[in-house]
Design a protein around this ligand. Structure first.
Ligand SMILES: [Mg+2]
Length: 166
């Protein structure tokens, strides 16, 4: 028998984090965004946010929305990227799909899981960790749409029973 993992279905399937505006969050009772880094906020190895993402980060801050970066990446990579993000909280080697890093940070910020959106490009790590932490989840299209990422996304969407494959 072949073992196929059942992956959680994300609550939202979006093209990009740029769709997550303060108004979009407010309409859903969400007050904080926990975001994956690689292929969600930037391409692999990008040292800093592009202008559009930097503007998005500023727009959330202006609206009083908490943003934190939850990455399984290495300390040097995550520190370098997040260092210029105006005091945004970040976690490296977060251990996703385990939910501990998300739950711990929610506690530090004094937020209930129900108020937090976890967003990322991978169902197996990002969406799973958010769902297990009791947060709502949003899947975004990989920042760098290389063949491998598109293939992995198709497999993950199939395993999650998700028709959307954008
Ligand atoms: Mg990622």
């Amino acid at each position: 028998m072949i073992f196929l993992p059942i992956l959680p279905r994300p609550d939202f399937a979006l093209s990009s984090v740029l769709e997550i505006t303060p108004a979009w969050l407010a309409a859903r009772g969400l007050r904080a965004v926990f975001a994956d880094l690689d292929n969600t906020l930037a391409g692999y190895g990008d040292a800093e946010p592009c202008a559009a993402i930097a503007d998005w980060i500023a727009s959330l801050a202006d609206a009083g929305i908490s943003l934190a970066v939850i990455s399984n990446g290495r300390p040097a990579r995550v520190r370098r990227f997040c260092g210029g993000m105006g005091g945004v909280k970040y976690v490296f080697r977060a251990g996703k799909p385990r939910p501990g890093a998300l739950t711990d940070l929610a506690g530090t910020l004094g937020l209930d899981a129900a108020q937090i959106l976890m967003v990322g490009d991978q169902i197996r790590t990002d969406i799973s960790s958010g769902a297990r932490a009791g947060m709502r989840t949003a899947l975004v299209y990989p920042y760098t749409p290389k063949f491998f990422y598109r293939l992995r996304r198709r497999i993950e969407c199939a395993l999650a029973g998700l028709a959307i494959n954008n």
